[in-house]
Design a protein around this ligand. Sequence first.
Ligand code: HEC
Length: 106
Amino acid sequence: MKSVILFSAALVFSAFTNSALSAEKTGAEIAQSCTMCHGENGLSKMPGTPSLAGQSEIYLVNQLRHFRDGQRQHEQMSVIAKPLTNADIDKVSAWFAQFEVELKKR
Ligand code: HEC
C-alpha cells in the first residue's frame, strides 16, 4: 500500500514537473492536475480527500503554502505543492474558490 502511494506521488510529481509548473498556466489548467483526487471542479468523492470547491481563497492559499513550505505535512500534498510558485498557488486557489456549493441533506 505504502509503495502504491509513493508510486502515485512520484507519478503526480513527474506530471507536475512537466505541466503545472509553468508560470504560463492558468488556474483552470493547474486545477486539472488536482481533480483526479479532489474531484471534478474540486468536489471530492474520494474519502480522505477534502473538497476544494467553494473553499475560501485565503484558506486554500495558506494550506498550499503550508504544504509547500513544510508547516503542514502530507505524503502526497507535500510533494504536489513543492513545485508550485506563489503565482500558481494564487491562481489555482482563486479558481477553486470561484464556485458556490449548495448544501442538501443526504
Ligand atoms: C494524489 C491525490 C491528490 C492530488 C493530485 C492533489 N491532492 Fe490536494 N489533497 C490530497 C489529500 C489526500 C489531501 C488531504 C491531506 C490531509 O489529510 O492532510 C489534500 C489536501 C489538500 C488541501 C487542503 C484542504 C483542506 O481543507 O485542508 C488543499 C488546499 C489541496 N489539497 C490542494 C490541492 C491542489 C491545488 C492540487 C493540484 C495542484 C491538489 N491538491 C492535488 C490529495 C491530492
